[in-house]
Write a protein of this length. Structure first.
Length: 306
């Protein structure tokens, strides 16, 4: 079991960065696949080739017939399957660590600028106190780039699960027969070969197949759940956006009743333009320029014309 410990520890880290359905998927992977593969399948298939007996004394015939009946061992096939479907999960973990590290560096840089520049303090301190991917309790929020990466790794898992289920059916089928007829060279004629414990092996094959199907269904449900959640959040953001008389849409010009409303709209338009051109680093210059424009216009005419 030592060779599975490293994979188990890595996937345990992924569990904290997954949805509830993703955590159930990991439980199915650990309990119903890795544990059963280690405790049951490896022992049942331990005598695999030695107990594959053919009714002939022709040298090499048994080996050739065994290779024809089982191109790859069931146990090794399932090991490859588990490693393959766990790889997208590990790649997602690497992307999470990369994004969190970049966000941490960005927050430190914004905090440094906020302490140096007094004019940008109000904007930048609020920015680094409200990170994009980490909540106040340390839980990772799956959104933005992380959401796209999570969906991509789900699609990869679904494709791999389907591929391995089809591969198992193509190579062996889903049941084992007690007798195999082989007519491959160097066998002198059609020979009968007999497999040990075919019923017990068929039960384990079906168990692993059901576990794979359950994992596939969980991945599909999780993908649908993320899609519905994203649609609901998008609709909620549209409903939360309200227009007040004091803060109208920045891209829309309209008549204002008071001078204060005109000034407020002018400030909003300037901040939007400066934010598009300069980004976060240009907030300071935008605020200063807006303040100068308002001050000069107040001194000259006392009115702002939109």
């Amino acid at each position: 079991m030592g060779e599975w410990d490293v994979l188990s520890r890595l996937l345990d880290k992924v569990q904290s960065n997954s949805t509830v359905i993703g955590k159930v998927w990991l439980t199915v992977l650990f309990v119903f696949r890795i544990m059963v593969l280690h405790t049951g399948a490896e022992k049942v298939w331990g005598d695999e080739q030695s107990d594959f007996v053919c009714n002939t004394q022709q040298p090499g015939c048994e080996n050739v017939c065994y290779d024809l009946a089982f191109p790859i061992s069931h146990v090794r096939f399932w090991v490859l399957q588990i490693i393959a479907i766990a790889t997208p999960q590990l790649l997602y973990l690497g992307h999470v660590l990369h994004v969190l590290h970049a966000e941490k560096k960005m927050k430190e840089r914004m905090k440094k600028h906020a302490e140096v520049d007094d004019q940008a303090t109000l904007f930048l301190r609020k920015a680094y106190k409200v990170p994009k991917y980490t909540k106040s309790n340390g839980i990772i929020s799956i959104r933005g780039r992380l959401l796209r990466s999570y969906v991509l790794h789900l699609v990869a898992k679904i494709a791999l699960e389907v591929l391995f289920i089809w591969g198992q059916y193509f190579l062996y089928g889903f049941t084992l027969e007690s007798r195999y007829v082989c007519a491959r060279s160097p066998c002198p004629h059609k020979v009968d070969c007999f497999l040990s414990r075919p019923t017990e092996k068929s039960v384990i094959i079906w168990f692993m197949l059901v576990a794979a199907v359950v994992s596939l269904v969980l991945s599909l449900v999780e993908l649908f759940y993320l899609f519905v959640k994203a649609v609901k959040e998008c609709l909620a953001r549209r409903q939360d956006y309200t227009v007040t008389p004091v803060t109208p849409p920045l891209s829309e010009k309209k008549a204002f009743k008071s001078r204060d409303e005109k000034i407020q709209n002018y400030v909003n338009m300037e901040l939007e333009l400066q934010g598009r051109k300069l980004g976060v680093n240009g907030i300071t210059g935008g605020v200063s320029e807006v303040a100068k424009n308002i001050s000069s216009e107040n001194n000259s005419t006392g009115e702002v014309h939109i």
